[in-house]
Design a protein. Sequence first.
Lengths: 225, 225
Amino acid sequence: MESDCSLCPYISVAEAKLDGCQLKQLSENHIVVGFKKGDSIIKQGTYSTNIIFLRKGLVKIHITGPYSEQIVKLAKPPTYLGLPTTFGAKVNQYSITALEDCEVCFIDITVFRNLLKESEHFSYEIIQALCRYEIESFRRCANRTQKLTRGNLADVLLDFANNIFQSDVFIVPISQTEIGNLIDTSRESVSRMLSEFEKDGIIRTTGKQMEIINKKSLELISQNG
Amino acid sequence: MESDCSLCPYISVAEAKLDGCQLKQLSENHIVVGFKKGDSIIKQGTYSTNIIFLRKGLVKIHITGPYSEQIVKLAKPPTYLGLPTTFGAKVNQYSITALEDCEVCFIDITVFRNLLKESEHFSYEIIQALCRYEIESFRRCANRTQKLTRGNLADVLLDFANNIFQSDVFIVPISQTEIGNLIDTSRESVSRMLSEFEKDGIIRTTGKQMEIINKKSLELISQNG
DNA sequence: ATAGTTTTGTGATATTCGTCACATTGTATA
DNA sequence: TATACAATGTGACGAATATCACAAAACTAT
């Protein structure tokens, strides 16, 4: 499936800096691929041969740590996936898996490099994006390692509500085991703490659906552990 | 103090891609500044107005976490410092402090941006460097959060010996408190474990000097916690 | 040198959280 | 609908490590 990037509603900030001719290059050298929930989009250890742009659906970025799987972060559109790998290493340094049905653009790396060359605005936007990612990951790591588990769990729920779904009612997109992998704790602890939050009237759960009732409390827990 | 970049022995990989004229721009628009051990080179929260290149001396990159100071990593020359901040945010997102006497180039940001514009090779190298940093920080974070403290401490010592000083005998450049901030543990635990390592004949310490006697053991501890 | 400050060593105790075990519920598929 | 498999809830227990307390040592600056 090929499509005209100049008409695409999911275009990235960087791509918005391209002119018509450059967008045409992009249009002619990418394909849009659908992934089903659970599908692997990038697999750690395989060669990375394309630039990947997420235009629809939620994904998790995860790496095989020394002992267990670590979910680095969840990502939602519009965002490039795997840029660090593509430019910084030959093989993928992490895996990306679809948490919902996704649509993804595979962009030819030669074309992408050419665009970096041709458009200084484009490459500047990419540099900026990379810089923001890195700052974000410093902070995320500091939080994860310093906060108590309670605080980290609160952060995850706030991230769901404030960023990912932008609603205080949402379907939790990952299992408790995965939440554990995200905040470096065990499934059991996640379960216990969610029960606590529910008992304390902070959240209400119905199956996979969760409603945040008392966001103030969650924010306090996020701050004070 | 101004100097001719084309003669500088500390030039970065990216700068090596510049032509004579571009290097001249760089030469004319940067100053070299010396910092004493303990001096603050970048302070979190202040405006970032220059590109900073470390050409001599060891530094620590640290951020104020939710509870305590977190040392993100140690950095040695040749490397840019604070690139992420300069392009991704207006104010510095972390602090950088000299652990030894340092020499640092302050490069005018407009000139640097201009070089990014003019030289695709230069900007590509910068992109690559940013990508490598990010991959590295994913991995570092996964290690830190998953490994037991013993394993993390072993990693720090191996990093000193293999990367930073490239010798199995070195002067430990940071205090035990700082080692604790680096691997997210308490000063006391660091002290106890170093004593253990010494008792087990893995290291020998004489004041601030440390000698790694049994690197194999350290590597095993790094792997198995 | 010496007083003051920082760094380090070490014991006792408390806390957090992981692990194991098993019951229960939910979900997918034949 | 029945069956299997995945996800979740919950108790008991133990391991790792933080915290507190204080002493000793090392470093710094007047």
